[in-house]
Design a protein around this ligand. Sequence first.
Ligand SMILES: [Zn+2]
Ligand SMILES: [Zn+2]
Length: 228
Amino acid sequence: MNPLVEAALEFVWPTRCVGCDEHGSLLCPSCREALPFIDPALACPRCGAPFGQRVCTECSTAEGLRPLPFDGAVSACEFTGTAARLVVAYKDQFERRLAPVIAGLIFEVIPRDWVRTSDSITWIPSDAEALRRRGFDHMEAVAEELAAIIGRPASMLLSKANATDQRVLDKQERADNMRGAFELIAEPPQRILLIDDVLTSGATLEGASQMLLTAARTVHVATFARVW
Ligand SMILES: [Zn+2]
Ligand SMILES: [Zn+2]
């Protein structure tokens, strides 16, 4: 953007922190520090759930360990407070400058050996309706920022088939809805890092991962936030 236009815009519409509304940056240093980070040392080593310590209550069932449709998942923050406001500002208030902020926060939580061994990064694509509303695929933008950080390509591998809006469904219905909700649109590489903004029930990421694993060898999942 032209620096003069940028200065004028900043004057009439100053950049504010998503956490405390202070002028000057999108996420001020104190709000960044106070984000509800999930401590990887205390999270479930399989699915990244906070407070899992060893294996969380969702992974461990009476019949034994619940099979996971991916090779591990991590999330940077719990979906609460400033972390939740950051997602809303990015997705619903179209603050596109948050893409590198979110990518940087996801990068910090990804285990280094996942970074080293990933052939490419892919993302949960927006559906047609969301694309129309936002004018951009919000996770594609984050994937591109992350690709620049870790030096691996961001590859569009999935498209979303028409699925029912997840918000009106219960957990089992979400899982059923997501089975077959994705199509592979390109030949995936062997080792994939799959990203999304928020892990809610996990059904979306499970559906996407299952589809990728029809052709890939490993899928590691990283999200910015996580509902628990
Ligand atoms: Zn702040
Ligand atoms: Zn778990």
